[in-house]
Design a binder for this molecule. Sequence first.
Ligand SMILES: [Zn+2]
Ligand SMILES: [Zn+2]
Ligand SMILES: [Zn+2]
Length: 454
Amino acid sequence: MVVSGAASTAPLPGIGGGPVEELRLLLRQGFLARAGWDSDIGVLVPDRDDALLGLRECAVVDCQAATRAGWAELCSVCWKRHKATGLTLEQFAAIPSGKASHGERPCRVTGCPRPSRVRERLCGTHAWQRKQHPGLALEVWLARPEVVPLSSYGDCRVPACIRRADDQVGLCKPHVKQWRKHQRGDPDTDLDTWCRHSMPVALGHVVVLKGLPEQVQAELLVGLQRRTDAGLRTLPTTIRYLVKLAHAHQVGSVFDLAGVRSSDIRHDAGVLLRSLLSELRCATSDPERERAKDIWQLVVFGLPGTLDFTGISQEWLRAAIKQWAAEDLPLHRGRQAAATSRDTINAATRLSESLQLSRDDHGVDAAVLGRADIVTFTNRLAYHRRTGTISEKTQLNTLRRVRRLLEDLRALGMTGHGNPPPVCLGSSPCAAVTSHGKTTVSSAAGICRPRCWP
Ligand SMILES: [Zn+2]
Ligand SMILES: [Zn+2]
Ligand SMILES: [Zn+2]
């Protein structure tokens, strides 16, 4: 699954430069067209029949709801009604459902820009005027000379909303309802503050990214593009959930959502979020760049999980273990491929802590380290095992890992500037451990035989 580089290097409107520049260059015009990306408004409107991005529309003539499943022909409400009628699907689909449309349609008075709010598709004012002539047929009333278009209230003042305002306050109808409900609970709230933190209203199968930071918009688009390239289906309803989550947590990047607890996120959205994060890591990094970081996202290396080097405080040791891990990772396969590297990093972290605590210089200068430091390390491990902080097995594994690490560093030729000096361990570490009655541990680890720093 490879994103074919920048198919178009021309700036994509709606996605700014700076930190999102790299993401922007990854987006292909072909995908944006397929996803129905409108950069002016900030919405995704994929084709309803798109196998990977769309949501099929209910077969009933005036129903805009999505079908209750990919294979179904009707939405949940129409399906229940259909079961009760006993009609064939074709007969049933031809009968208008009479459901109020959730999508936004303009008033049917010619030229009136206000959104309709009743089943006759009239705006609020025209609906009131229409009520004054209940005896007239709608078409006759529409033809009367006093029925003229009204001025627009403009766009809804909620930054994340793409609907038109429905009243003088400047809010669309759903946001008017939400605002009044909020006001009842907290009468002192400022309307502008409330608007800033309000979320977009669901609108058919449209996904509204408007109101999110440009970085988040670009990340979502790149993640979606890669998922679609890989043949993975992404439901608009699940993306909408993530969009709401991004609004609620006011994140500056999709990666900020990784900190949301799994119990606070819907299951399918959690799965999509993890997938998007993996795709973004692959899209924005490569093994060379990942090696320079202190936490490696192993998805970049084709493996699950992470490797965390932040517990190693000495620069030289961290650089050496990173180089070692980069050499070791390709030698393993499967879900546990990183287990050896992870165990070795844990062992190196214990060595790092020992150097940090036992030396006045905290072990930052590799050139002055000696055999005594390894003796201290093995003594610390023996102490921790004796006090129950670590098990005997952990002590043994740590010694083995450190031993192998030091041998490998020497074999790999990592003994240049900044790497540990060639200092023999001798047999004293063994004595240090055996003095606590566990000869087998240090012997099994091979520490009792003379060992050298690389
Ligand atoms: Zn329906
Ligand atoms: Zn109107
Ligand atoms: Zn609105």
